[in-house]
Design a protein around this ligand. Structure first.
Ligand code: KIV
Ligand code: ZN
Length: 558
């Protein structure tokens, strides 16, 4: 790296817009969306999609609710041309869906593009040429006027050919490519020159797409550029202002959101931000960011897993684990305190707020979860996962949500660190099933020194008498006891057999599973005369026996 980067790089010049309005606005509705997955996204793949992959992705985009889809660059290759023809000839686009095609401002390419559109219902012809100083100087070696002439001539060539698309509803779109690196006054001049040719009206608008082809500044600068254009262009009411951001500085989403505040009507982007270099704008994120603020995004991501599947299968790309909303880990908490907060938040939501939310009197406000994962088809089971960073809350949550094991709070405090120690030794994440095995090993499967051979009770006038046959370190022990319940009788019996005194300081139980052979689980805390406290747990089809096993489990852990 440079010792003094200012010798090699310079700051981006700000836009003069002292009375900018966008910072005081809020978004209240979804923009028009245009997916460019099949064009910009496809152009960025090491192995571009074949026709059947493009068809599959096209159907998925339609299903998500996209009404404008840039399907390709028909003049660029036979695959692109054939794909376009198949969409049209096989009538694959629903009536309300516009097929958008991209073309450079060159006659041969425009000719071939128009050919590819014959017989279509609704099309957007998207013409572009690059306008930034670097593009003018390095790529084209042309003056500002010459670059403007490329745009104007291309616009004329398209206009001349429109009568050939009789019966097709047509919208025209122009992009001054590299707009964000272009002087705003010049971008306006070129755009207005194209408008002069196409003559849009408020009834027959044209799309003016203002691309952040390469992110060169902070998102507030892009917003200023968009607001400047919206305020200074002629015939604003005849234009649909469209945003097309890339993500070179990792602010593609922010630039689009601020661009919408600045007055844009439409957004181009791709699923999960696939696209050249660091990608295009991620439409999923912008749509779900709106959703998170209670705005209907008009795109349906209620089964995000299936969208990821199609996307990964067709593009060969993968969605990273930390990708907003979609990544495997974005609704997952490993940290104990986060798990605890989520567990409490979800419980409060289920109990109090979900019913109130249905009446519009409560809103989602669960710590660490920006939206309800269930809304996009994610499962609560994914939310809490356990590794060595996790605490008792996560352990208890998994045991309860996966196996219906409802550990009493105090017992969670005892078992949490035990489980944590074992997970730490494993040095990896553990599953709910592994936690259950640890719990069984620690409490249920303990049979030494005490184990149960037989336990019977009879009750008369509120007094319960018990007869117990136990084994202690292999030696048979029998005793009788009585009390106001089976457990009191058992504790009394132990005292008559010379076992050091203890009392039962906490008890709870519940059914584990439904059915005739349903098992019950009992949790018992004992306190010895020396003040030692231990939990035990027992499982049996008979609840009385489950609690006897639980007492023995606690004694075995002394
Ligand atoms: O990024 C870009 O500028 C483009 C244009 C063709 C719109 O993809
Ligand atoms: Zn692009």
């Amino acid at each position: 790296m440079q010792k003094d980067p200012s010798k090699k790089y310079r700051p981006f010049p700000p836009i003069h817009l002292p009375d900018r309005q966008w910072p005081n606005r809020v978004l209240t509705r979804a923009p028009r969306w245009c997916s460019v997955d099949l064009r910009d996204g496809n152009q960025a793949l090491a192995v571009p999609m074949n026709v059947s992959q493009k068809l599959e992705l096209f159907q998925a985009l339609v299903k998500l609710g996209f009404k404008e889809i840039e399907v390709g660059f028909p003049s660029a290759s036979n695959t692109e041309f054939t794909f376009n023809r198949r969409l049209i000839e096989e009538n694959r686009a629903p009536d309300e869906v516009w097929l958008q095609v991209l073309v450079q401002a060159r006659e041969d390419l425009i000719e071939r593009t128009v050919e590819s559109l014959l017989g279509a219902k609704k099309v957007i012809i998207h013409m572009y040429n690059s306008t930034s100083p670097a593009q003018r100087r390095v790529v084209f070696g042309k003056s500002k006027d010459e670059i403007k002439a490329i745009a104007v001539n291309g616009a004329k060539m398209i206009k001349e050919r429109l009568p050939r698309l009789k019966g097709t509803e047509i919208m025209l779109q122009y992009s001054p490519e590299s707009f964000s690196a272009t002087e705003v006054e010049y971008a306006r001049e070129v755009s207005e020159a194209v408008m002069e040719v196409w003559q849009p009206t408020p009834q027959r608008k044209m799309i003016l797409n203002l691309p952040d082809t390469v992110e060169v500044a902070m998102p507030n600068v892009y917003a200023d550029q968009i607001e400047w254009m919206c305020r200074n262009l002629k015939h604003r009411d005849s234009l649909i202002i469209s945003l097309h951001t890339h993500n070179d500085r990792c602010t593609g989403v922010a630039a689009t959101e601020l661009g919408l505040l600045a007055g844009a009507d439409r957004v181009e982007g791709t699923l999960f931000g696939n696209g050249e270099r660091t990608g295009n704008l991620d439409i999923v994120t912008v749509a779900l960011n709106l959703y998170m603020h209670g705005i209907d995004p008009k795109l349906d991501f209620s089964n995000l897993h299936s969208v990821i599947d199609v996307y990964e299968r067709c593009t060969g790309m993968t969605v990273p684990a930390r990708h907003p909303y979609a990544g495997e880990l974005v609704f997952t908490a490993f940290s104990g305190s986060h798990q605890d907060a989520i567990k409490k938040g979800l419980a409060e939501w289920e109990k109090n707020q979900a019913p109130a939310a249905a009446k519009g009197t409560a809103y989602w406000d669960v710590p660490y979860l920006t939206i309800d994962p269930a809304d996009i088809g994610r499962e609560y089971r994914e939310v809490i996962r356990v590794n060595s960073q996790s605490g008792k809350g996560g352990v208890a949550y998994l045991l309860e949500s996966e196996f219906g094991i409802e550990l009493p709070k105090d017992m969670q405090r005892e078992f949490g660190p035990i489980a944590n120690d074992q997970v730490d030794k494993l040095g990896r994440e553990v599953s709910g099933a592994e936690l259950k095995t640890m719990f069984w090993r620690e409490y249920i499967d303990r049979s030494a020194p005490w184990s149960l051979k037989r336990f019977e009770t009879e009750s008369k006038n509120g007094v319960v008498k018990c007869r117990a046959k136990l084994s202690r370190a292999g030696k048979a022990i029998e005793f009788k006891g009585e009390g106001n319940g089976p457990l009191a009788a058992l504790v009394h019996g132990f005292s008559t057999a010379g076992v050091p005194r203890f009392e039962i300081s906490a008890y709870s139980e519940h059914a584990l599973s439904a059915g005739e052979t349903a098992a019950a689980i009992a949790y018992i805390q004992i306190k010895t005369a020396d003040g030692l406290i231990r939990w035990g747990a027992g499982v049996d089809t008979n609840i009385e026996l489950a609690s006897v096993h639980a007492v023995l489990s606690a004694l075995n852990r002394l």
